[in-house]
Write a protein that binds this ligand. Structure first.
Ligand SMILES: C[C@H](NC(=O)[C@@H](N)CCCCN)C(=O)O
Length: 447
C-alpha cells in the first residue's frame, strides 16, 4: 500500500459510495457463483449419477483451496494492492465458474470448485481491505453491513434462479453457464473499482490499512479465552449453516416433495432475512451491547430447528411469494423453521464478526480475522463430507425421507456445541476476565 500525503482532502462521499457499490457488486457475483451449484444438485444426481458424497466433495474442495490460499492471500493483496488483487481474483472466479460448467466429468467440476476457493476467499479479504481503506473513521460498520447485504443478494439470486431462469434447468449445465455470466458482472465491477480508485489517487487521502489479514502465528498464543470461544462458535455456526444450505434445495425436494422452484424460494428466505436483518441487528447491538447474550440467544434459537424440520408434521400448504421472482405453495412448518433459521443467520454474523474488534488489540486484528476465517474453513470443509456419507449410507431419497434425519441430528449436535461455547463466552465476559462485550456503552473497537 502506498502512503498518501496528509495534505490531501478525505475521499468525497460520491467516490466512497461508488467504491462500495463496485466492490459489493464484485462480491455479489462471487456469492452467486458459489451458491449456483446447490439448485442443480438433484440434476447432477439424476443426469450425471453423482452420489451425495461427491456433492459433499464439491463443497469441500472450495474450503481446501481457501485454506491453502488464505495463508498467502494477504501477502498478494499487500504486494499487488487491492486494485490489481480484486480484479485478478474476480478473473480467477470467472475461470472457475467456466471450468465448473464446461465438462460433465466429476474431476473437472471438482477442479472448478477448487479454483473458485482460490479466487473467492481472497477476493472477500481484499474487499474488506478496500472498505477499511475508504471508510475508516467514517461509516465503516454500515459499509460492511451494506456490502454483506449485497453479497447475500447474490446468494438469494442463485436460489431464485430456478424461478427466473426456469427453462435453463432442463440440464445441470446451463444454470452453471448462467453463473459464468454473472461472474462477468464481478469482473466488470472489479475493473470499475480499479478505474474509480485510480482516479481518486493523488486527489484524496486514503487510509493505509495496517498489515491486516496476514496470519502471524507467533502472536496467536496471546489471544484471550473470549476470542477462542468466538472462534469456536464461528466454526460450529458456519459448519452447520453453510452445509445445510448446500444440501437444502435438494433436501426440500426429496424429503418434503416440493418443486425445485419452491425449494429455491424456501432456501432464499435465509439470505433474504439476512439482507434485511443483518444491518438492523448490527445497529441494535451497537446501541444495547449484550453481545455474548445475543450470540447465546441466536444459537439457542437454532437448536430445535433441524429436528423440527425432520419430525414435525408439514402443516397446511401456504403461499410463499417473493415479489418479481415467483410464488409457490409450501408447507407451513418449513416456512416457520426457515424464518427462525434466517433470524439466527442474521443475528449471529452481525454480532460475532464485529465482536472480535472489541476483544483483540488493533495491531493483531489481521491475524485474529485470518485465524478465525481459517478455522471456519476447517469445520465447513469436513461437515459436507459427513452429511454426504450419512445421506448415502442411509439411502436418503424421496422413497426414504427418514434417511435425511441423521444429517439433521448432526447439525443439531453441532449447534448444541455452539450453545456451549456461547455460554462459556457469556460466562467469561461476565467474570473478572471480561472485555465488556456485554456492556451497553463501550469504548470504540481497538484500533
Ligand atoms: C461474513 C461471512 N463470510 C464468510 O464467512 C466468508 N469467509 C465465506 C462466504 C462464502 C459464501 N459464499 C458470511 O458470509 O457470513
Amino acid at each position: 500500500m502506498h502512503s498518501e500525503s496528509n495534505s490531501l482532502p478525505p475521499p468525497s462521499p460520491m467516490y466512497r459510495w461508488l467504491v462500495l457499490l463496485f466492490v459489493s457488486l464484485a462480491m455479489f457475483g462471487n456469492y452467486y457463483v458459489y451458491d449456483s451449484l446447490w439448485p442443480v444438485v438433484d440434476l447432477m444426481r439424476e443426469q450425471l449419477g453423482f452420489s451425495y458424497q461427491q456433492i459433499g466433495w464439491l463443497s469441500t474442495a472450495y474450503n481446501i483451496a481457501a485454506l491453502c490460499v488464505l495463508l498467502i492471500g494477504g501477502y498478494i493483496i499487500d504486494r499487488w494492492g487491492t486494485k490489481k488483487a480484486i480484479t485478478f481474483f474476480a478473473l480467477v472466479c470467472l475461470a472457475a465458474a467456466a471450468l465448473t460448467a464446461v465438462s460433465s466429468r466429476f474431476e473437472v467440476i471438482l477442479a472448478g470448485r477448487f479454483l473458485l476457493g482460490i479466487g473467492a476467499e481472497p477476493l472477500i479479504v481484499a474487499a474488506t481491505t478496500v472498505l477499511a481503506k475508504w471508510f475508516k473513521g467514517r461509516e465503516l460498520s454500515f459499509a460492511f453491513g451494506i456490502n454483506l447485504s449485497i453479497s447475500r443478494l447474490g446468494t438469494a439470486s442463485a436460489d431464485w434462479s430456478p424461478n427466473f431462469a426456469g427453462p435453463l434447468y432442463a440440464t445441470w449445465q446451463d444454470p452453471l453457464w448462467l453463473a459464468t455470466g454473472v461472474a462477468c458482472v464481478s469482473v466488470t465491477a472489479a475493473w470499475l473499482y480499479w478505474v474509480t480508485e485510480k482516479r481518486a489517487e493523488g486527489r484524496f487521502q486514503l487510509a493505509t490499512p495496517s498489515a491486516t489479514e496476514k496470519l502471524d502465528i507467533k502472536s496467536l498464543y496471546k489471544f484471550s479465552a473470549s476470542y477462542w470461544y468466538i472462534v469456536a462458535l464461528c466454526v460450529v455456526f458456519y459448519a452447520t449453516i453453510f452445509p445445510f444450505r448446500s444440501f437444502a434445495i435438494d433436501y426440500f425436494q426429496q424429503a418434503h416433495g416440493v418443486t425445485r422452484e419452491a425449494a429455491g424460494l424456501l432456501s432464499s428466505m435465509l439470505p433474504m432475512a439476512a439482507i434485511i436483518l443483518t444491518p438492523l441487528f448490527g445497529l441494535w447491538v451497537d446501541r444495547v451491547g449484550r453481545r455474548s447474550i445475543f450470540m447465546l440467544v441466536g444459537t439457542v434459537l437454532m437448536l430445535p430447528l433441524f429436528l423440527a424440520v425432520s419430525y414435525l408434521p408439514p402443516g397446511p400448504l401456504v403461499n410463499l411469494t417473493v415479489p418479481f421472482i415467483g410464488s409457490e405453495m409450501v408447507p407451513l412448518t418449513l416456512v416457520v423453521v426457515i424464518f427462525f433459521l434466517g433470524a439466527a443467520f442474521s443475528l449471529i454474523p452481525a454480532v460475532m464478526w464485529p465482536s472480535v474488534a472489541y476483544i483483540v488489540d488493533g495491531r493483531r486484528m489481521g491475524s485474529a480475522y485470518a485465524m478465525m476465517t481459517m478455522c471456519q474453513q476447517l469445520g465447513w470443509a469436513v461437515v459436507p463430507l459427513v452429511v454426504g456419507l450419512l445421506n448415502d449410507r442411509n439411502s436418503a431419497g424421496p422413497l426414504n425421507p427418514a434417511g435425511y434425519a441423521p444429517a439433521m441430528w448432526l447439525y443439531t449436535a453441532l449447534v448444541a456445541v455452539g450453545v456451549y461455547f456461547a455460554f462459556k463466552l457469556w460466562q467469561t465476559e461476565n467474570g473478572p476476565n471480561g472485555h465488556g462485550l456485554d456492556r451497553t456503552r463501550m469504548q470504540s473497537p481497538a484500533s
